[in-house]
Ligand binder design. Structure first.
Ligand code: ATP
Length: 255
């Protein structure tokens, strides 16, 4: 087992409200972890911890054995249910922007050969998500499914190792969802990603995940619901969907 992330007795508290408590678990490189749980159980907080947008109140999170930096890095990308993309930019500019911000944080614009290289990478990524014919469209001219494809391209163009998905398909029609499931499986495999996905759809959790993790409170105080936080109450590994780990990148086959 090649552990990518380790949570060691992690707690998240906001003032006197405990949201996550005593969370200890490892996430294997190349796995696809589905996170389920009731509303308010701390699923998005869990993603924010991995993203580095938030630091644990207690405990520690290790990535490759070293403490995770409490800042968003290019090694982690995220896709939300909606509104991830910029409405005033075309699909191509939306996809290039991530690279421009990273490589030119002040001007957020690249020039000359670097710009041409970024454009090529963005076009490749848009092709990979099925938007090769929509480079010049603006989000308002796209369907919900196309916008989510764009959000995925935007996250993946920075070549993250970990892709975080926060109910990414929740707002889509069932037929489009099925297409998106096929897409995300392919990208997971092609790019050797480790995926952590929050979903309210239990079927989706089981059909995509190599592991399903349920976050919920083990203890309730009806007079003070904020006193206890959620932790991993179920942690179910699903068949052998993870495989070879050549070098550091991971290749995956799905049975
Ligand atoms: N910055 C914050 N300050 C105070 N409380 C917060 C903050 N962020 C989240 N919370 C609280 O933490 C709890 C967990 O929120 P979180 O969004 O992680 O839950 P969730 O499981 O993702 O919920 P949902 O399924 O409804 O999206 C909620 O009670 C929320 O009100």
């Amino acid at each position: 087992m090649n552990t990518l992330l380790s949570f060691k007795d992690v707690w998240v508290e906001y003032g006197d409200r405990i949201v996550i408590e005593k969370l200890t678990l490892d996430i294997e490189a190349g796995s696809f972890v589905s996170i389920v749980g009731p509303s308010g159980a701390g699923k998005s907080s869990f993603l924010r911890l991995i993203l580095g947008q938030e630091a644990p109140t207690q405990g520690e999170i290790l990535m490759d054995g070293t403490p995770l930096r409490a800042e968003c890095g290019p090694d982690r990308g995220i896709v939300f249910q909606r509104y991830s993309v910029f409405p005033h930019l075309s699909a191509l500019r939306n996809t290039m922007l991530g690279m421009e911000c990273e490589k030119s944080p002040i001007a957020t614009r690249l020039f000359g050969a670097r710009r041409r290289a970024a454009r090529e990478e963005a076009v490749e990524m848009l092709k990979a998500v099925g938007l090769g014919d929509s480079l010049d469209l603006y989000p308002a001219q796209m369907s919900g499914g196309m916008q989510q494809r764009l959000a995925i391209a935007q996250a993946l163009v920075k070549r993250p190792r970990i892709l975080l998905l926060d109910e990414p398909f929740g707002a889509l029609d069932p037929g489009i969802r099925a297409d998106m499931h096929t897409l995300i499986r392919r990208l997971w495999s092609d790019y050797g990603l480790t995926i952590v996905m929050v979903t309210h759809d239990i079927r989706e959790a089981f059909s995509l995940g190599t592991r399903v993790l349920a976050l919920d409170k083990r203890r309730h105080d009806p007079h003070a619901p904020h006193r206890f936080g959620a932790t991993a109450v179920y942690d179910l590994p699903l068949k052998d969907r993870i495989v070879h780990i050549p070098d550091e990148r991971v290749s995956i086959t799905i049975d």
